[in-house]
Design a protein around this ligand. Structure first.
Ligand code: GDD
Length: 324
């Protein structure tokens, strides 16, 4: 019999890739969406447009325990992937209240609903984040590196991580957290720096725009491709024992490196097109993140396949196509 998976955040970058992966593995895939009519396909559903016939969408909200409980009761999932969140760090400085509320309570409600079905042995994945390491205490970061978050977003993810750990330890849930470092793709939201750059490069190349405004270009991140990372989520739930895993590439590049590579991919010099905008500098910055993913490599046999250069080229090429 096919396994049943439930994905929160199915309309997002990771949710859409994960849904495709699970469909290819024969799962029946369900997703939770807020206030989206199916007629709204061109809007929030654009990332899952090609698989709309292969997934079942349920109206629900992380703000409502009852809606989550009812969906679980109805579909009886074998695996729940909790990806939905207010995921933009920059925005979390403007609206801490919503970020903390949705990310912490949403995770709590979902875990609590899953716990009511503990005898069904549902496996649970929580989308943790390298933002939990924040102003890092050691480099590279691994599973036991102390957390030191720098934003309400980071704090909300630390709390979600501990909620997940506590439900695992106290109620015997098969619950794991992936501490995912930055992961990008042509489906990345436009507010994140990589997509802002790849989209800007494509528009500049096509003569539609002249400059890109950026904030801190010295920030360093460990950037991978989202397609590789959803595979790691699935692998975590296939293990006999639920555990937490760092997922990254083990290579770090600055925002400037990303911009340089993206512009040179289309034969342009980034220095001619970037403007520093001090308003885009965050009140508290995470300067550098670098993953040590050796545990995932050992236990899950997971490794990233797509390189930084391939990632940048993929994003710029897709954005160029979108301008046509
Ligand atoms: N967004 C944005 N826009 N970031 C900029 C800009 C800009 O114009 N200019 C410089 N940056 C810098 C930010 O200050 C940050 O240091 C870095 O670029 C990356 O910013 P984002 O792409 O917004 O991602 P993030 O690292 O803050 O968070 C992402 O990765 C986390 C995992 O570490 C998000 O995907 C989070 O949801 C995720 O948990």
């Amino acid at each position: 019999m096919s396994k049943v998976a439930l994905i929160t955040g199915i309309t997002g970058q990771d949710g859409s890739y994960l849904a495709e992966l699970l469909i290819s593995k024969g799962y029946k895939v369900h997703g939770i969406v807020r206030r989206v009519a199916l007629e709204d396909e061109t809007h929030r559903l654009w990332r899952i447009r090609n698989i709309l016939n292969d997934v079942t969408l349920h109206a629900g909200s992380l703000e409502s325990y009852a809606s989550l409980f009812n969906i679980i009761l109805k579909i009886k999932p074998n695996e729940v992937y909790h990806l939905a969140a207010q995921s933009y760090v920059g925005y979390s400085f403007e609206d801490e209240f919503s970020t903390l509320n949705i990310n912490i309570n949403g995770t709590h409600y979902l875990l609590s609903a899953v716990k009511e079905f503990v005898s069904s042995k549902i496996r649970f994945y929580f989308a943790g984040s390298s933002e939990m390491f924040g102003k890092v205490k050691e480099s590279p970061q691994k599973e036991n590196t102390p957390f030191n978050p720098r934003s309400s977003y980071g704090i909300s993810k630390v709390t979600g991580f501990y909620l997940t750990k506590n439900y695992r330890e106290a109620y015997n849930l098969h619950a794991s957290s992936g501490l995912l470092f930055n992961h990008e793709s042509p489906r990345r939201g436009f507010e994140f720096v990589t997509r802002k750059i790849s989209n800007g490069v494509a528009r500049i190349k096509k003569g539609l725009q002249k400059k890109i405004k950026l904030g801190n270009m010295k920030a360093k991140r460990d950037w991978g491709h989202a397609k590789d990372y959803v595979e790691a989520m699935w692998l975590m739930l296939q293990q006999d024992n639920p555990e937490d895993y760092v997922i990254g590439t083990g290579k770090e590049y600055s925002v400037e490196d990303f911009a340089k590579k993206a512009f040179s991919h289309v034969g342009l010099n980034y220095k001619d097109h970037i403007i520093l905008d001090k308003n885009l500098i965050r009140p508290a910055e995470v300067d550098a993140l670098l993953a040590d993913y050796s545990k995932a490599k050992k236990n899950l046999n997971w490794e990233p396949k797509i390189t930084f250069d391939e990632l940048v080229a993929n994003m710029v090429d897709e954005d160029l196509k979108a301008q046509n």
